[in-house]
Design a protein around this ligand. Structure first.
Ligand SMILES: [Zn+2]
Length: 248
C-alpha cells in the first residue's frame, strides 16, 4: 500500500522543489502528509560521478524537511513531455491521492530544458489523474480529481509576473531548515563554491526578496493554475474582527 499525501511537489530533478518551496513543504509537513516526486534522478552532473550519491542526498534532504519522496526515474537531460511520462506521473497521483499539487512553472533559458518539460508533464498528469474510462492505462486505479494546482518559482524562470493568481508564504521560521535541506546536496552545491552564485546566496536573496513583499524576513512565491473562487473579503473581515481589542 503506497503512501497517501495531502500535498505533492513535483521536481524535475532532486533539489528543484527544495529551492522553490522547501520552506513551505516543511511548514505544511508539521500538520499534513507531504511528498516530493522527482521526475528524474538529475544525473549526470559535472561534479558527481555516482547517481546513487545524489539519491542518498535527496533522501537526506527529505528527512531534514520531514517529508517523503518518490523517484519516477524518467531520463534526465532527455526529459520530454510524452504520453508515457504523463501516465507515469498521473499514476502516482491516482495512487497517493494528493489534495494539492505544486509543479515547477515556466521556461528556464540557460538552465535545464527538463524544467519546462516537467511543467508540460505536470499539467497533463493533473488532468489525466481525473479522467474516467482510462483505468486500463493505470492498472485499474480509479480517477483522482486534484482541485488545487499551483506552481513554485526558483528564480531561473522567465515569467516572474504578472500572474492572475500569486501569493507568498511566510517561511521565516522554516528558512534554516530549507537551507540545511539544500546543503544536503553536497555533490551539487556545498563542495563546489565556484558555483555562481553560491546556492545559499541565491536562496537567501530570493527568500528575502519575496519576504520583503509581505513584510516578513523570508518568503516563497506561488502561482495558481487558475483564478480561485475564494471569498477573500470574508477572510479579511473575520481576521479583522478577531483582532479587535488586541494591543497595537
Ligand atoms: Zn533542475
Amino acid at each position: 500500500m503506497s503512501d497517501i499525501f495531502d500535498v505533492i511537489a513535483v521536481s524535475p530533478h532532486p533539489d528543484d522543489a527544495e529551492i522553490g518551496c522547501g520552506g513551505t513543504l516543511t511548514q505544511l509537513a508539521e500538520k499534513y502528509s507531504v511528498g516530493i516526486v522527482d521526475l528524474t534522478n538529475g544525473e549526470p552532473t559535472p561534479f558527481n560521478d555516482d547517481p546513487e550519491i545524489r539519491i542518498k542526498e535527496s533522501l537526506e534532504a527529505a528527512r531534514i524537511l520531514g517529508i517523503k519522496r518518490i523517484l519516477l526515474d524518467l531520463p534526465n537531460r532527455e526529459l520530454m513531455d510524452s504520453i508515457n511520462a504523463r501516465i507515469a506521473l498521473a499514476k502516482i497521483f491516482r495512487q497517493t491521492k494528493p489534495k494539492i499539487v505544486i509543479g515547477m512553472q515556466g521556461m528556464t533559458p540557460q538552465a535545464s530544458p527538463d524544467h519546462y518539460q516537467s511543467q508540460l508533464i505536470f499539467d497533463a498528469a493533473t488532468f489525466y489523474s481525473r479522467l474516467s474510462k482510462w483505468e486500463h492505462l493505470f492498472e485499474g486505479l480509479p480517477p483522482w480529481r486534484i482541485n488545487h494546482v499551483f506552481y513554485y518559482f526558483t528564480a531561473r524562470e522567465l515569467n516572474l509576473a504578472p500572474h492572475p493568481l500569486q501569493f507568498i508564504m511566510d517561511i521565516t521560521e522554516q528558512f534554516e531548515i530549507k537551507k540545511q535541506s539544500l546543503l544536503a546536496y553536497k555533490s551539487q552545491f556545498k563542495a563546489h563554491p565556484s558555483y555562481n552564485p553560491p546556492i545559499i546566496d541565491w536562496i537567501e536573496g530570493m527568500g528575502r526578496y519575496f519576504g520583503s513583499m509581505i513584510g516578513c524576513k523570508y518568503g516563497e512565491i506561488f502561482y495558481g493554475a487558475k483564478i480561485l473562487n475564494f471569498n477573500l473579503f470574508q477572510q479579511f473581515l473575520d481576521r479583522s474582527n478577531n483582532q479587535e481589542g488586541q494591543k497595537e
